[in-house]
Design a protein around this ligand. Structure first.
Ligand code: FE2
Length: 388
């Protein structure tokens, strides 16, 4: 057995741990000047932004607010945030929100420490310095609070591009399930399915290993059992806690394994139709799982079990085939569209998306089965029609 496992993040998990934000920040350094990075509205509406500001200031930390992060943060947004941090002399970043503010904050952490533009750092291990980041997720899905990835949208090339560096793994993750209680049900569903896609892609990745396999299967099991409850009853604290935990586990998984082609294909739907990331993944997951099935039949059986399917007496082939249907049924139960056409995919765009996708092959090199352009078109087409 041989593996690497990277997790330099101190994880503080549990209801109410938000209240320790100020004390935790002081462990990184007293008297720091904090750039507090968040989105444009939800952390204000929920009151979490105000609370985090109070908690930091109570401990004597100065806070500079950068609240301009949009969904799918752009290169320009991250570079502007870094400008604010540098001008104010910030030496600590606190990120509050969903995956967008967290990823933007990690990009800012590099630029504020090193200067230059994101073009200098896209790719793997191109940064040599970064400010410390404290990540406080308010959605349960991205896992960004423990990963070395910052996914940023480059509108010039119309691509999602990634800064990957262990230097941007948050120093501290404050993971408080109570923060997710105010999430609307659609966002709960979308982000929860993003977590599921991380667990599934991590489990099937060529870079999977014994620890990630354990974490991924547990994450899949928890999403299947508790995400419908969290969507159905927003104040079900047990469900909120389990889904948040599942998301954290899946983040730890992809930090080792990377994601796969669900993410690669889904990015086109997000860039071109603004379909939320988690929904885009949910729309493609059954078709990609079915495509992957021949490369990893035994693992597909384990996924079927974790999803709660009764696979007793079934061959690996039959059990594996059930997994894709189980994922589709789960997303329909959550109120998601039945096919990608309903979500906005246009059939005439499929050829172009397939072409874009095959050009990004290197980013998804750990996928268990790699499709050629015809197979990519087929996956999009099946998703468009809602077929598996
Ligand atoms: Fe994702």
């Amino acid at each position: 057995m041989k593996f690497d496992f990277l997790c330099p993040t101190f994880i503080r998990f549990g209801n109410g741990v938000l209240e320790t934000t100020g004390q935790e920040a002081c462990k990184i350094g007293l008297g720091r000047k904090v750039l507090l990075v968040t989105g444009k509205s939800s952390s204000k509406k929920s009151g979490s932004l105000k609370r985090v500001e109070e908690l930091l200031e109570k401990e004597g930390l100065q806070v500079v607010l950068y609240d301009q992060v949009e969904q799918n943060p752009s290169v320009e947004t991250v570079e502007a945030g870094a400008g604010v941090a540098r001008q104010a002399g910030c030496d600590l970043i606190v990120a509050l929100g969903g995956g967008s503010p967290l990823d933007a904050a990690k990009g800012i952490a590099v630029l504020a420490a090193q200067g230059g533009g994101l073009d200098d750092y896209f790719g793997t291990d191109r940064a040599s310095q970064a400010l410390p980041v404290i990540a406080i997720p308010t959605t349960a899905g991205t896992g960004s609070e423990v990963t070395r990835y910052a996914v940023i949208t480059d509108w010039k090339s119309r691509q999602k591009r990634t800064v990957a560096s262990f230097l941007i793994c948050p120093r501290i993750a404050i993971v408080d399930p109570l923060l997710t209680v105010t999430m609307p049900k659609q966002i709960t569903a979308n982000t929860g399915m993003d977590a599921l896609s991380h667990a599934v892609e991590g489990y099937l990745s060529l870079k999977s290993q014994p620890i990630t396999d354990l974490l991924a299967i547990e994450s899949i099991r928890l999403v299947a059992n508790y995400l419908p409850r969290a969507v159905g009853q927003p104040e079900d604290l047990e469900a909120r806690e389990k889904v948040m935990y599942a998301s954290l586990l899946a983040g730890l998984v992809i930090n080792q394994t990377r994601t796969g082609i669900i993410h690669g294909l889904g990015y086109e739907l997000t860039l071109n139709y603004q379909i939320p990331h988690g929904l885009a993944n949910a729309l493609l997951m059954p078709q990609v799982m079915e495509f992957n099935r021949i490369s990893c039949p035994e693992k597909m059986v384990q996924i079927a079990r974790a999803l709660g399917e009764n696979v007793a007496g079934l061959s690996a082939r039959e059990a594996g085939r059930r997994t894709a249907f189980a994922v589709k049924e789960l997303s329909i139960d959550l109120g998601m569209p039945e096919n990608a056409a309903e979500a906005g995919l246009r059939i005439e765009d499929i050829k172009g998306f397939a072409q874009n996708f095959v050009q990004t092959k290197r980013s998804f090199g750990a996928a268990p089965r790699y499709p050629d352009i015809k197979e990519v078109e087929e996956i999009y087409l099946k998703s468009f029609r809602g077929e598996i």
